[in-house]
Design a protein around this ligand. Structure first.
Ligand code: ATP
Ligand code: MG
Length: 383
């Protein structure tokens, strides 16, 4: 398989200028004050995309994904290293990066097509198809600056896929349109894949990577920390996500009961969807105490996945060390990272005696292709 995109040892730095003196008077007196810092957005990035391959790029906000795509598309020049492309490339970059906002949608279609090396005659031929795909016929002669972000993305996507490039580069934009249009874009991407074209796709959605990509690259602080199999890369991405939040753990003991740790018999918090899971919650109590044990599970987006009944489950703590065991028969969660909070409340459930946030972090792995938060096992019939 030959490479259509070859990124070799690419570095990209930005110069950031900080104004030290804020007042106008100071600025006039010391026009050259302030300091300049060099910020390295990409560090030594090397990878290739083969013909017919779809590669996902994932990473936290600010990890360098858009910068990398802009370098690949030629919108930005790498500070060092080289990027080689074989075939023509159409890109859907972040909002604002593609179109001339003062021009109409129609003019932008022609401008963009010309940039990709198409003749006016060729663009005339595909123009109607582009507009039909975008579903914004009524606005095609309106200046792009009056478009909503959804309209902008629709037109940009329609142009990018209909000019029939060899390589399609997509930055995150699939998240902007409504769900129906997203599905239409994903269909189109699949058709593209079927035609043996190459795709580079930046997305925050692990589901999208799993559904569409053959391989995934993970960026972290401008470095490439993984480049390989989708499942392996997503795991490395999740590990990086977890390390970030360990520092933010907030453990509070409100009474003379403390939550010391949460362990599992296997010593690991990795679990597969549908498997059984056991937690042992280690508590120390200064005195004998009869109260209730409560717990919560949150997704990384802050969605409460489960909270025990406010009354919780009764426990009779002994002075000293105690272990409360939580068994879940069949973990219904799909792929993701979930935080567990545990606590002890009084018998009526009205006073919190001990509370510990994020004492355990579950990493759930799902082998199937269903997306979302939980396994539903839907039975679907067509009558
Ligand atoms: N033109 C620029 N000048 C200075 N710094 C920049 C510039 N463009 C990007 N950066 C910085 O480079 C880093 C990487 O930005 P980039 O937009 O590539 O991240 P990203 O991975 O696409 O993030 P997101 O998920 O939020 O889209 C950020 O810290 C950003 O502030
Ligand atoms: Mg970005």
């Amino acid at each position: 398989m030959s490479a259509v995109i070859d990124v070799a040892e690419v570095n990209k730095t930005f110069k950031l200028h900080y104004e030290r003196n804020q007042s106008l008077k100071e600025r006039l007196l010391h026009p050259r004050s302030g300091r300049t810092e060099i910020f390295q957005a990409l560090r030594d990035i090397s990878f290739t995309v083969g013909e017919g391959e779809t590669v996902g790029i994932v990473g936290h906000n600010g990890s360098g994904k858009s910068t990398l795509l802009k370098c690949i598309c030629g919108v930005l020049q790498p500070t060092s290293g080289s990027i080689r492309l074989r075939g023509n490339l159409a890109a859907l970059l972040e909002l604002g990066a593609g179109f001339q906002v003062e021009l109409s949608g129609r003019d932008n279609v022609y401008l963009y097509g010309t940039m990709l090396g198409f003749s006016k005659k060729r663009i005339d031929q595909i123009f109607d198809e582009i507009v039909a795909f975008s579903e914004i016929e009524n606005f095609i002669d309106t200046q792009v600056k009056f478009y909503s972000s959804g309209m902008y993305v629709r037109l940009a996507f329609a142009v990018a896929v209909n000019v029939n490039p060899d390589i399609l580069v997509v930055d995150e934009v699939l998240a902007v349109g409504d769900e129906r249009f997203q599905a239409k874009c994903i269909d189109r991407i699949r058709r593209f894949q079927g035609e043996g074209k190459s795709i580079l796709l930046v997305t925050h959605s692990a589901d999208q990577v799993r559904a569409l990509c053959d391989r995934a690259v993970v960026l972290d602080g401008g470095r490439m920390i993984a480049n390989g199999d989708v499942a392996d890369s997503l795991r490395i991405f999740r590990d990086a996500l977890m390390q970030e939040t360990v520092a933010h753990q907030d453990v509070t003991d409100l009474a003379d009961i403390s939550v010391d740790s949460v362990t599992t018999p296997e010593g690991s918090f990795d679990v597969r969807t549908g498997a059984a899971m056991r937690f042992d919650v280690h508590l120390t109590s200064a005195t004998a105490y009869s109260g209730n044990f409560v717990f919560e599970v949150y997704s990384r987006d802050g969605v409460l996945v489960n909270r025990s009944d406010r009354q919780g489950a009764p426990v009779n703590l002994r002075p000293g060390a105690n272990v409360v065991t939580v068994d879940v028969d069949n973990v219904p969660l799909l792929d993701g990272v979930f935080d567990v909070n545990v606590g002890i409340v009084d018998e009526r459930g009205s006073n919190v005696k001990a509370w510990s946030e994020k004492v355990a972090t579950l990493q759930v792995t799902y082998g199937g292709r269903e997306g979302g938060l939980v396994e539903l096992h839907p039975v679907i019939r067509h009558n």
